[in-house]
Design a protein around this ligand. Structure first.
Ligand SMILES: [Mg+2]
Length: 458
């Protein structure tokens, strides 16, 4: 689907103009191998609503929203509804351009009604904001993490929408945080390029894997240099005890094992379940309950001994603010494609820094590792200034569909060097996995449909 030069967009001579918005519904049949399976998502087909911003002078910008199958067409439609804000606009190049675009995409008074600032429309805005950052960084010849880290503290503060935040973080406080980190930027960037950023792997722990595969992959993770793995939990307590014991035996006492319930429990159940798993010393319990339940997370944190992490489904900066104000989390898990792109994630990084809570990004899916590594690295260089107790999730799926895939070396993300956001998918992968008419899906007819709906021939 293409949109061209819709009237009403802004235009500046000589800087290049966004001429087309390309939107793809791309899906991968990952449910066939139970890759990505957990207590709430037993059959995910990893998918992306993928966008390309074409320009008439310079490189295109690439972005995406991650979904897990049905509903990806809804996400694609939401992105298309925002086309008037990008097509015909001057290609964003500066912090001011990127702040204005983020504001416009999240403040359409009619589309905002569908949120506000949450759910499908927020994610759609995020895909376009991130594509704009990809475009701007490519024009500057820098990877996004380095493009961000080259901005002044004043420019970074100008990117953030502080509405609803000022009771927890004011622009002046954010500026002070960023100024305090500025003198060490160059040294940390050099160290990051030399050493890479710490990672952990979820690949051994999908709920659909049998015990043998769990043990084999856990051992391989340690051999590959990872200091932390993660297991999915929450379907059956006895199974979780057995799997956690097997994993602990496989990796030894010195490797961290986080566990992830993917929102499965009520608060009391989370407390009971994690109290039972505590003897195997999980490093954190991730998403123990609803991502909207701030006080519930606080109760889980105070009711059992395992640290609490959440964020991959947290809708916006306001909920992150409350999680931090309520002392509800030990780790903040940003997601590059859940909120409204780089700008809103910058707000969340600043909030986490203010409250002294480590950010351990969620990744996996389609392209989430590629995207979020830039945000974590920027945080290390220019915001928190630390990678202590911080790790980026890594899942070893689907990277070969990207032109600049992540590089993992001895359990660490190597700092990207290619210009942009690492978000460009290979044209052949896009064509093969386009839903429902790409050859991968034609060969499978239609995916399973819920509740006995009729199969639709393609
Ligand atoms: Mg998770």
């Amino acid at each position: 689907m293409f949109f061209r030069n819709i009237p009403g967009g802004m235009r500046m001579a000589g800087t290049g103009t966004v001429t087309e918005l390309e939107v793809h519904d791309v899906r991968f049949p990952t449910s066939e191998q139970l890759d990505g399976s957990d207590a709430m998502n037993p059959d995910p087909d990893y998918s992306a609503a993928y966008v390309v911003l074409h320009t008439d002078g310079g490189p295109p910008g690439h972005g995406l929203c991650f979904t897990i199958g049905r509903g990806n067409e809804v996400m694609a439609a939401a992105i298309r509804s925002l086309a008037p804000y990008v097509v015909g606009r001057s290609a964003p190049a500066t912090a001011a351009d990127l702040a204005a675009l983020h504001h416009d995409l999240t403040h359409d008074s009619q589309l905002r009604w569908l949120g506000p600032e949450k759910g499908v429309m927020q994610m759609a805005a995020g895909a376009l904001v991130n594509a704009a950052w990809d475009l701007a960084a490519r024009r500057a010849g820098l990877p996004v993490w380095e493009f961000l880290a080259a901005l002044t503290p004043e420019e970074l503060v100008s990117l953030v929408d502080f509405r609803y935040l000022s009771d927890a973080l004011t622009p002046d406080e954010a500026l002070a945080l960023l100024r305090a980190a500025a003198p060490g930027r160059a040294a940390r960037a050099a160290r990051l390029k030399a050493e890479g950023y710490p990672a952990y792997t979820t690949s051994p722990g999908w709920l659909g894997y049998d015990d043998g595969k769990l043990v084999r992959l856990a051992r391989e993770a340690v051999a590959d240099g990872f200091g932390q793995i993660k297991l999915k939990v929450g379907a059956d307590l006895d199974d979780d005890k057995r799997r956690l014991r097997l994993a602990r035996d496989a990796v030894g006492p010195g490797v961290r094992i986080a566990v992830d319930a993917n929102q499965r429990w009520d608060v009391a159940e989370a407390v009971r379940w994690m109290t039972a798993l505590a003897p195997w010393t999980p490093h954190w319990i991730e998403e123990p309950t609803s991502p909207d339940d701030v006080l519930g997370h606080a109760a889980v944190r105070s009711g059992q001994p395992v640290k609490v992490a959440t964020g991959e489904h947290v809708a916006n900066r306001v909920v992150f603010k409350q999680l931090l104000q309520a002392g509800a989390v030990d780790f903040v898990q940003i997601d590059a494609a859940r909120v409204a792109g780089v700008n809103e994630n910058l707000a969340i990084l600043l909030l986490a820094a203010k409250y002294g809570v480590p950010v351990c990004p969620h990744a996996g899916g389609v392209g989430l590792c590629e995207l979020v590594q830039h945000l974590a690295m920027f945080d290390y260089v220019a915001v928190s200034g630390s990678w202590e107790d911080r790790v980026i999730e890594y899942v070893d799926h689907l990277h070969d569909h990207f032109s600049d895939p992540v590089v993992i070396d001895r359990g660490r993300y190597r700092a990207p060097t290619a210009p942009g956001f690492s978000a460009r998918m290979k044209p052949g992968s896009l064509a093969a996995h386009r839903f429902p008419d790409g050859p991968v899906w034609r060969a499978r007819q239609r995916p399973r449909r819920p509740h006995g709906e009729q199969e639709v021939p393609v």
